[in-house]
Each structure stands twice: as C-alpha cells, then as structure tokens.
Design a protein around this ligand. Sequence first.
Ligand code: ATP
Length: 150
Amino acid sequence: MAIQVDVVTPEKMIFSGEVDMVTLPGTNGQMGILRGHAPLLSTLDIGEIVLHRREGNEYIAVSGGVVEVRPDKVTILADVAESSAEIDEQRAQAALERARKLLAENPPPQKVPEIMASLRRSTLRLKVARRHAGRRAAAVPHFEDEGENH
Ligand code: ATP
C-alpha cells in the first residue's frame, strides 16, 4: 500500500505523490518509512531521499530540515533540496573543488565545520545527479542488434 509524500522547501514544492516507501537521512540515522509507520518528528541531515516507486525511483538531495511522519503521510520540510533532474553537476563539482582547496589551506578551526558541510553537500549533489544520468542512460534503447535478422 502506498504512502503520500510531500517534499517542500521554503522556495518550492519538489515532490508530491504516492510512493511504496521513502528512505531519508534522519539526524539519528537513515530511516525507511512505509504506510502505517508510527507518527514521529525528526530533523534531517545532509543526505539522499529516495522515493521508491514501481515505475522508477526518484532521488532528491536534501540539506537539513524536518520530517513529520504520520501513518498515511510523510511531510518533508527541507531547508535546501534539489531533485536529481535539477542538480547542476558543474556547479556541484566547482563547489567540491572550492571546499577541497579551502581544507587544504589549513583553515581556522572555526571554519572547518562550514567547509566540511559544503564538501558533503557537493559530494551528495554529484551522487544524486549521477543517479539521474544513470536512469536516463538506462532508458536509451539499444540498437546494436538491429538488422541482424535481415
Ligand atoms: P554553491 O557553493 O554551489 O552555491 P551551496 O552548497 O553553497 O552551493 P546552498 O546554500 O546549499 O548552496 O544552496 C543555495 C541554493 O542553490 C539552493 O536553492 C540550492 O537548492 C541551490 N543549489 C546549490 N547547489 C546547486 C546545484 N549544484 N544545482 C542546483 N541547485 C543548487
């Protein structure tokens, strides 16, 4: 049985629909939620939301926020989130390189958490964007055998 999931940011609605299961990065660990789950509230870490659907999974990069779970509905209020299709890989790659460079330059200790968070966000975005690219590639039909029987 399906469960309704809404994923919103202060800027936009990222996803609203029914899924078989949703997995998300709770601050206390990865959570898998099916219909009928006990009600709970949790904060979110930097990580991947996976919307499991028979017709194909959807992937979302999320950076902080809160999730409210009810038996028939999951509401994710994300601080920042992007669906795999809207991630700009070049931008994420540039952010990753910037963060790596800053870390290599012996930053003051109070700057390290911020740089590490940027590193985690950009690494996550690259991973989630590549899932989308992978799905696109898988959807491309193969014509190698075309004409074999003629
Ligand atoms: P950057 O250093 O590239 O700006 P950031 O991690 O500092 O990245 P955030 O503060 O997390 O960026 O996000 C600012 C806004 O930009 C948010 O709306 C977020 O969804 C969007 N965003 C950030 N990086 C990307 C990306 N690679 N592709 C698409 N949208 C992005």
